[in-house]
Design a binder for this molecule. Sequence first.
Ligand code: NAD
Length: 270
Amino acid sequence: MAYFANRVVAITGAGAGIGRELALALAGDGALLALSDKSAQAVAETGKLCAALHSEPLVTTLDVTDRAAVLAHAAATVAHFGRVEALFNNAGILHVGGVAESPFRDFEQVMDVDFWGVVNGTKAFLPYLQAAERAHVVNMSSAFGLVGVAQHGPYNAAKFAVRGFTDSLRQDMRAAGGVVRVTGVYPGGVLTSIARSARVAPGIDAAAVARRFEERVARTGPAAAARTILRGAARGEAKVLVGLDALLVDLVTRITGSYHERVLDMVFRS
Ligand SMILES: NC(=O)c1ccc[n+]([C@@H]2O[C@H](COP(=O)([O-])OP(=O)(O)OC[C@H]3O[C@@H](n4cnc5c(N)ncnc54)[C@H](O)[C@@H]3O)[C@@H](O)[C@H]2O)c1
């Protein structure tokens, strides 16, 4: 039987991309799903696709930056299913732009969704997860949570913050008895709508960003990404790298130390 069968699993940002594929894979595995997304229409569509796989998800319109709503969603999930055993803090946005050109508001917006969204979700669900026999928190960072790159200051900052938060949480949970296992996920380029809906700093050509991402960066499909994430989460892995590009970034940053910027520049420019 699949690991998540009959477990109650909450997924944020379940209306598109990796979140939707996580939902479909988990529905196929017989998990009980609490799906949420900022877009009511998108999450309703994911709900319908899951229902076609004989899953009856709880579908909620939820902005992860709205702390009160996230707290209410966690309570509503437990009221509906009686328990919750896994949380995938997946909702996120991409931002492209240099530090000098990006207004403060861009930094705040990316931190609100990509970092505070993860904190809000984790703290809202944690009391219920700790009451389970075994539970999981799975936080989406990025390969850009492993390496800083030009033109990604706000996104790098948020994804590095998620990594530190996740690593600290894991050790807290281990010290608390190991009921809650904590996984950080570091995808390379995954072919989703993330670049099409990215925020960009003034002067950046949004259409060119999306084109470059889709033609040159995104090498992994979202369904394959979801499978890799679920396998790692089920094993309780601390760190899940998604795609060869993420594996390469991780290896190069660890092996070459402070030279990694030059090495990665050569690899990705070629
Ligand atoms: N696609 C990639 O290449 C890639 C690489 C590394 C990390 N990631 C991370 O994976 C996660 C999923 O990304 P994706 O590629 O599937 O993106 P996507 O844009 O395809 O889907 C993201 C979903 O999150 C939702 N969302 C956005 N802001 C929200 C908010 N404030 N509250 C609730 N929902 C919100 C969107 O409506 C959308 O349905 C993100 O955290 C992203 O940073 C993606």
